[in-house]
Structure formats: structure tokens, C-alpha cells
Write a protein that binds this ligand. Structure first.
Ligand code: NSS
Length: 432
């Protein structure tokens, strides 16, 4: 007999059919001569009833002694049962154990550190499974949009020789007899590639040695980055919002079930499938924050707290543009009309989440870029190849980076970024 998935048998057409399922024991209880096993597979859960009067004594005995997370196969008849989770149950005729499980270490109610120490087992939880399914759609939808809109996928390196986003968060590694760094961003390499391919993107791990532990910082995260020749800041902002809106639309279409199981209120997500998203300048952001009583002055960076307050005014993602150049990276182009600000932007997710995308138009003038590199205290010789791009056929160009886990965290309504990635890395934890 061929094995079916739980999702396949959960429908009226299957009532009365004999089927065989495989999976893991999710819940288990024995009541008056019957064993109720909730079986879990990658597609869902179903209640299985093992009735002592309908199976052999050996099968019943095996069922009584099943430990949580044992792997089993069950054969039986599908019945409608409104009281069972999902509305169907399996009346078991036969049961076989693949791998026993005794004293599964997670019983419910454990604290977060304990669950992180048992991440390799906790990963099986329905919550993390649902989040991983949503992340799958996010990645798939991003790729779909890029393919449909004529972007080339490229493969930049992870081992790098120079910083993209500042030395403070660089991870250093031994590279033969030299030092190298784990990439913080593929951007500088993507910039190289636009001179032949014009519109490029990559999905890579990015690494940040973030010193503080926050709800939205990982030391290793998945970074979707785009870079395009001939695009100014507004052109690339249009791309950022179209891509984001498309991803959200696809998740709403494909993951209704997962969002529901996560108790996600999707009204804001629905609104976020429509573009354009609101746009405010950094100056306006500072005014809004001051009016709300925050002690912040022009020139200061916006942290998580400031971003959270700003999100109260919006019901979709929104952009902040034209930041002071001192708080942004060396490669951002300064605004020709206002040299104290850059043509850079962040896209913030609503509901308190904050930044999910950072991007800009890039400095395309050799002398200005050279000066910015010096001002930052970097050694121009480390950036010779990057400066060369401004010497041989420089073009206006722009790009951005989207933090996949930041986006998943918001879409799934998570309160910590660690649950948007199966094996979270941050200061103090690299296990398993
Ligand atoms: O530092 S960024 O704002 N910008 C860049 O790295 C550019 N070089 C990208 C580019 O233009 N190609 O990071 C981009 C996004 C940011 O908006 C977050 O969503 C995410 O990357 N990000 C992070 N996610 C998780 N953990 C950490 N530590 C983190 N840092 C940035």
C-alpha cells in the first residue's frame, strides 16, 4: 500500500477509505480501552484511535506504550469526527513502530533558554514548522518576482577582504596566513556585476558581529540584495515596494493555514499588498518623534525604539529617506541639492517591527567616493577595485538589501527574530 500524507486524507472524499500514514506521535492519551494518538507529519495532524476491541492485543499494547515523538506507521479507515482536530480521524487496524521515543525532553511549559538548548528537537514544534513554511513562500515569491522582472541571479563571495557596513560588526577569520572577513553584504560585488548584467540580485548569508542581543538582530542572517545600473533612488524604491508587496500577496495566498495557526491577524498584511507605500523624509521622522515627546535631535540615528514609535502612524510598510550622511554608509550618494543628506532609504514594517530593507543610490563619482572612504577612516587601497568602477564607465546606480528574517518575523507576527531561522546565531549562542 502506498503511504498518504495527512493533508491528503483530511477531506470528505476519503471517508470510509483504508489508508496508511507515517509520522510522529504528537499527543497521546489512553481512555477506557482506547488509545488516542495525534499523529503529525509534514503536512498536518490527525487523531488516530486504537480501540482495544478492534485490534490485536500486541497492537493495543504497543499503542498504549507509545512515547511522544515515536515514529510510527498506522493503517486504518478515515472517519468524519467533528470533535477531532481538523474534523477527521483514523480508526486504526494496524500500527508499526519505526523508532521509539522515550521521555521526549520537551513536555510543554519550558523556558526559552531550555528550548534553545533543545532547538534540534523543538524545531519540530508546530509553531516553528509553520514559520518555516511561510519562509519557504517568502523565498519562492522573491525569486518569482525577480525572474519575472528581468533580474539576473549571481553568486557573490562570503569570504571578503574589506568592510561594506563598517568595521564594528565584522567577523574576522583566518584566511591561510592572512586575515579575511565574513561578508556583511554582497553589495560591493553586486556593484561590480551591474557593468555587464545591469540588474542583478543575490541571496546569501550575511554576518554581523552585533554586540548587543536584541529581538531583531542575528549574527548570521539571509540577505536578499538587488543592484541596478541606471536606477536612481526613486526607481529602486519602487522595486523595493513592488517586491515586498508581491511577497506578502503570495504568502497570503499560499499560507492562509499557517498564518491562522500562528494566530496572525492578517488585516495589515492585506493592506500591504497595495503600493505605493507612504514615504517620509528623515526630517519629517524627527519632527514626528519630537511631537510625540521623544528626546531626539537632527543627526541622531533612529534605533528600534524610535522606529517603533514611527510605525504607530502607518498601516503598511513605509519609507524613510534622505538621512544625514554621518549616520549612513560611505557608499551612499549625497543629495546634490542638500549635501548634508544622502539619497538613502529604509523600508520599515508596521506594527512596531521597523526596518526590513536598507538601500540607496550609490556614489558614482570617483573623487567624492575617494573622499568618503578617507573620511570613514578606511584605507583607499583596500577599495581600489571598488573605486575603479568609477573610473571605467561609471553609471548612476542603486540597490538595496532585504533582511529575510526581518520580513518573515513581521509577516508571521513573531516577537523575536530567532524564530524566523531554524538555527539562530547571536552573541553567546552557536548551538547546535
Ligand atoms: O545594513 S543594511 O541596512 N544595508 C546593507 O547591508 C546594504 N549594503 C544592502 C544593500 O544595499 N545591498 O542591511 C540591510 C538589511 C536591513 O534592512 C535588515 O533587514 C537586515 O539587512 N539586517 C539584519 N537582519 C538580521 N540581523 C541583523 N544583524 C541585521 N543587520 C541588517
Amino acid at each position: 500500500m502506498v503511504f498518504m500524507s495527512i493533508a491528503q486524507v483530511m477531506n470528505d472524499d476519503m471517508i470510509g477509505e483504508e489508508v496508511e500514514l507515517r509520522g510522529w506521535v504528537y499527543r497521546h492519551r489512553v481512555i477506557g480501552g482506547k488509545v488516542f494518538v495525534v499523529l503529525r507529519d509534514s503536512t498536518g495532524i490527525i487523531q488516530c484511535v486504537i480501540d482495544s476491541s478492534k485490534v490485536s492485543p500486541q497492537v493495543y499494547d504497543t499503542a498504549v506504550n507509545l512515547g511522544i515523538e515515536s515514529s510510527i506507521a498506522v493503517k486504518g479507515i478515515v472517519r468524519k469526527e467533528p470533535r477531532a482536530p481538523g474534523g477527521y480521524e483514523l480508526h486504526v487496524k494496524d500500527l508499526r513502530v519505526y523508532g521509539i521515543s522515550r521521555d521526549f525532553p520537551i513536555k510543554g511549559g519550558e523556558g526559552i533558554e531550555y528550548l534553545l538548548d533543545n532547538r534540534h528537537l523543538w524545531i519540530r514544534s508546530r509553531k516553528l514548522t509553520n514559520v518555516m513554511k511561510i519562509k519557504h513562500t517568502v523565498l519562492k515569491a522573491g525569486r518569482e518576482w525577480l525572474l519575472e522582472n528581468g533580474w539576473w541571479e549571481v553568486t557573490p563571495p562570503i569570504l571578503t577582504a574589506s568592510a561594506c557596513e563598517g568595521g564594528a560588526t565584522l567577523f574576522e577569520v583566518k584566511y591561510f596566513d592572512k586575515k579575511a572577513y565574513l561578508s556583511q553584504s554582497a553589495q560591493l560585488y553586486l556593484e561590480v556585476l551591474i557593468y555587464s548584467l545591469e540588474k542583478v540580485w543575490s541571496l546569501t548569508p550575511s554576518f554581523r558581529a552585533e554586540q548587543s542581543r536584541t529581538r531583531r538582530h542575528l549574527a548570521e542572517y539571509w540577505h536578499l540584495e538587488l543592484e541596478a545600473a541606471w536606477y536612481n533612488m526613486y526607481d529602486i524604491m519602487n522595486v523595493a515596494e513592488e517586491l515586498t508587496a508581491y511577497i506578502i500577496k503570495r504568502v497570503l495566498e499560499e499560507n492562509e493555514r499557517e498564518l491562522k495557526l500562528l494566530n496572525r491577524d492578517t488585516s495589515i498584511l492585506e493592506k500591504s499588498t497595495k503600493t505605493p507605500y507612504p514615504r517620509i523624509t528623515y526630517d519629517e521622522a524627527i519632527d514626528r518623534l519630537k511631537k510625540k515627546g521623544l528626546a531626539i535631535s537632527w543627526g541622531e540615528d533612529l534605533g528600534a525604539d524610535e522606529e517603533r514609535v514611527l510605525t504607530q502612524d502607518f498601516e503598511t510598510p513605509f519609507f524613510i529617506t534622505h538621512f544625514p550622511k554621518e549616520i549612513k554608509s560611505f557608499y551612499m550618494k549625497t543629495d546634490p541639492k542638500r549635501p548634508e543628506v544622502v539619497l538613502g532609504f529604509d523600508l520599515l514594517a508596521p506594527e512596531g517591527y521597523g526596518e526590513i530593507i536598507g538601500g540607496s543610490e550609490r556614489e558614482d563619482n570617483y573623487d567624492k567616493l575617494y573622499q568618503r572612504i578617507l573620511d570613514e577612516g578606511y584605507d583607499p587601497s583596500d577599495y581600489k577595485w571598488y573605486l575603479d568602477l568609477r573610473k571605467y564607465g561609471s553609471v548612476p546606480h542603486s540597490g538595496f538589501g532585504l533582511g529575510i528574517e526581518r520580513l518573515v518575523m513581521w509577516i508571521a507576527g513573531l516577537d523575536h527574530i530567532r524564530d524566523a531561522i531554524p538555527f539562530p546565531r547571536y552573541r553567546g549562542r552557536i548551538y547546535p
